[in-house]
Design a protein around this ligand. Structure first.
Ligand SMILES: [Zn+2]
Length: 301
């Protein structure tokens, strides 16, 4: 993991800001999913958001999923992140291609379309926290700002950016979230809103070689800040043959019999890294005995 996430708070306690430089994370995602530029931008922005929101999770094994389900040609964009700085994701249609917008930018909003943004937080409590809002523009940064305001009641400013190079590799990717704390006064909020108006875009900051700390200094100009944390983050899938086996076993005997009869085996492809796991019919027969074991255990309570 070689990307860096930096968190800071203003000395007055009015604002929290998290910045992530996620170029390698998004490049890894592009290589796994063979995304074309619009999908690289959409998935990349959501991966940055996942890292930023994951860093806010306090419990050690807590995790979150952000799902953007619009009616545009890209289909669903999904990202899963945890409190350890690990993120992974996928997009339904990585090859989607649309004309550039009149300002020369990738038309992520049109690719996503209208629909639903859902955030699921598993905070190691009995029930996960689930928040749903309508997609506003599909540009993702705007949609998350709307989500924070409506669903979490935390006014926030969100900026996410991905710059795709001419060879389709990821040149720069990053993002920041500024959260307004409840004790913030009107004057400070106005001051920040005014200064944020004239800022360079995220990818311009990165193109100028700024790192997380420098971005915080630049974005929070006029505010004294304390750096709370700086840590490595990155794309980690975490799938394994063992996990795929468990997934097959959970399908039950009938399903497994079907695989043996129809295909003489099974191939499962990981949605997050596209690794293919193959199982022959002997291995599937072996798994069947484990489903019985699970059933017997269930029957005995
Ligand atoms: Zn995987």
């Amino acid at each position: 993991m070689a990307d860096i996430l930096t968190r800071a708070i203003t000395k007055d306690g009015f604002f929290k800001i998290s910045v992530v430089v996620s170029t390698e994370t998004v490049e890894q995602a592009r290589q796994y999913h063979k995304t074309m530029p619009i999908a690289s931008a959409a998935l990349g922005r959501l991966l940055s958001a996942g890292l930023l929101m994951g860093s806010e999770l306090k419990e050690e094994n807590s995790k979150l999923t952000i799902q953007l389900k619009g009616d545009g040609p890209i289909g669903t964009v999904l990202v899963a992140a945890n409190s350890k700085g690990e993120v992974k994701g996928y997009v339904d249609n990585p090859l989607v291609d649309l004309p550039l917008k009149s300002n020369g930018k990738l038309d992520v909003g049109a690719a996503v379309g209208k629909g639903n943004l859902c955030v699921i937080k598993d905070l190691c409590l009995k029930e996960p926290y689930v928040g749903n809002v309508d997609i506003q523009t599909g540009e993702i940064g705007d949609d998350l700002a709307y989500y924070f305001a409506v669903s979490e009641q935390v006014p926030s400013m969100v900026s996410l950016g991905v710059l795709v190079d001419t060879d389709y590799s990821i040149k720069h990717s990053g993002g920041f979230i500024i959260q307004v704390m409840p004790e913030c006064d009107e004057e400070s909020l106005c001051k920040l809103e005014n200064s944020v108006q004239g800022l360079m875009s995220m990818t311009e900051m990165l193109s100028n070689g700024m790192d997380g700390k420098e971005i915080i200094k630049y974005v929070m100009l006029g505010f004294d800040t304390d750096i709370l944390e700086e840590r490595e983050v990155g794309y980690v899938c975490g799938c394994s043959r063992e996990r795929m086996e468990k997934a097959i076993i959970s399908l039950g005997t009938e399903e497994i019999d079907g695989m043996i009869q129809d295909q003489g085996g099974a191939e499962i492809v990981c949605s997050f890294c596209n690794t293919a796991y193959k199982f022959n019919s002997d291995e599937l027969e072996e798994m069947k005995t484990k489903t019985k074991h699970i059933k017997r255990k269930d029957e005995n309570g």
